[in-house]
Write a protein that binds this ligand. Structure first.
Ligand code: FDA
Length: 373
């Protein structure tokens, strides 16, 4: 018999949620992570009392009460509501597109006036079947919103012209005819008081964790430690990239400390002009209503991904989807390995979704629902 019931590769939200539930089921787990910290991409680094979201801004939101109760069982959440603003040619616009934005764009004061303005712009375009992302967005929101708030931002994000991007990337663009700057529609939203690490630390309490430990440094050794493996790393790497790499879009972050209490007045400011090389500036203290005399900001630059860089957004185009299916066929034949999380499933998951997926997989695997108990 092996020393552990489960070897869990990856201490991100999927691995930590699974470890927590498995421990509750009486299983002995070993969690390893090749980074020098737990939490995966939710990891926060405390710098002078400010929790810096090291891998990009993370705002928790969900409609699912059991998931909300679960994360709140590790730490309380604050009342943070995500209401980003966009800066274009020196003017600020509220997001998501709502009556405040329409007032700022056109001076309209009623929903009827705003709807008429958008409808008039869409009608003048004469686009019947959108052939690319640009045409798709134009037919959804008209010229002004597209040109000022979508075009430059999207082109920077993808590193390609909007006319060269497929229409399906944008299925719908939320437009609200109320004065409501809350970015998310979900019932529950907030930032964990004390930062996200409180959650993953709580989940992993009582479980052995080894950091700076790469599964691939000695796969046979790690496999020998446990009866079963939960793998949350990249699926292509698990199979030694035999069908080629699954590609991602990456990000580069530039952090800066400023000796001022308040740099931009909001946690998130988007820069929607094409000539500004970054997409947004995050001011971390505003996630937690910080009152420190200094502040830390992060400029977020979209980046081409190459092996060795952090993998952020999967590129779910035809070629990558085909490759992913080949890998999934191999994964389906594994009898001793459970794959989970954003890297092993090669898909974008929000935090509540990855926790929800870990709930489902843990229940199937452990044969018991331990979320509520
Ligand atoms: P995650 O990547 O966090 O964890 C996997 C872990 O496995 C990593 O720690 C890695 O080091 C480890 N690992 C991989 N291979 C290994 C190996 N060979 N050996 C050992 N360890 C290995 N969601 C949301 O709800 N609200 C938000 O605001 C945001 N914001 C956001 C911003 C940005 C820029 C991104 C890219 C993503 C978000 N998210 C988000 C999504 C959120 O980050 C995501 O849902 C979770 O981090 C996914 O958790 P996982 O455990 O799947 O992966």
């Amino acid at each position: 018999m092996a020393e552990f019931d489960y070897l869990i590769v990856g201490a991100g939200l999927f691995g930590a949620t699974f470890a927590h539930l498995a421990r509750k089921a009486g299983k002995k787990c070993l969690v390893i992570d090749r980074r020098n910290h737990i939490g995966g991409n939710t990891f926060c680094e405390n710098q002078g009392g400010i929790n810096v979201h090291v891998y990009g801004a993370h705002i928790f939101h969900t409609n699912d009460k059991p998931i909300w109760d679960f994360v709140n069982s590790f730490t309380e959440f604050n009342r943070y509501t995500n209401s980003p603003v966009a800066l274009h040619e020196g003017k600020l616009y509220n997001l998501p597109f709502n009556m405040n934005t329409f007032y700022q764009l056109w001076g309209v004061t009623t929903p009827e006036q705003a709807q008429a303005k958008i409808a008039e712009q869409i009608a003048s375009l004469n686009i019947t079947e959108p052939q690319n992302l640009e045409e798709q967005a134009l037919t959804l929101v008209g010229t002004d919103i597209y040109e000022k708030l979508i075009k430059g931002y999207t082109e920077k994000q993808w590193g390609r012209k909007a006319t060269e991007l497929p229409a399906f990337i944008i299925k719908r663009l939320p437009v609200r005819f109320t004065f409501d700057n809350n970015y998310f529609n979900d019932k529950y939203q907030g930032i964990p008081i004390g930062g996200y690490n409180k959650i993953t630390e709580g989940m992993l309490e009582g479980t052995e964790v080894r950091l700076d430990t790469d599964y691939f440094s000695d796969r046979a050794y790690f496999d020998g430690l446990a009866d079963r493996v939960v793998f949350t790393g990249p699926l292509d790497e698990f199979y030694n990239f035999q069908f080629g790499e699954l590609e991602y879009r990456s990000l580069r972050f530039e952090h800066e400390t400023h000796e001022v209490e308040n740099y931009q007045g909001n946690a998130v400011v988007n820069y929607t002009e094409a000539h500004v090389p970054f997409t947004r500036i995050i001011e971390h203290k505003h996630f937690e209503f910080g009152k420190q005399p200094h502040t830390i900001i992060t400029r977020e630059y979209p980046d081409t991904w190459t092996k060795g860089k952090e993998a952020y957004y999967p590129i779910n185009d035809e070629e990558n989807t085909r490759r992913m299916k080949q890998y999934q066929e191999l994964a389906a034949q594994e009898t001793n390995v459970l794959f989970g999380g954003r890297l092993a499933e090669y898909r974008y998951y929000d935090m509540h979704q990855v926790i929800g997926s870990a709930f489902v997989k843990a229940k199937q695997e452990l044969g018991v629902d331990l979320v509520q108990s």
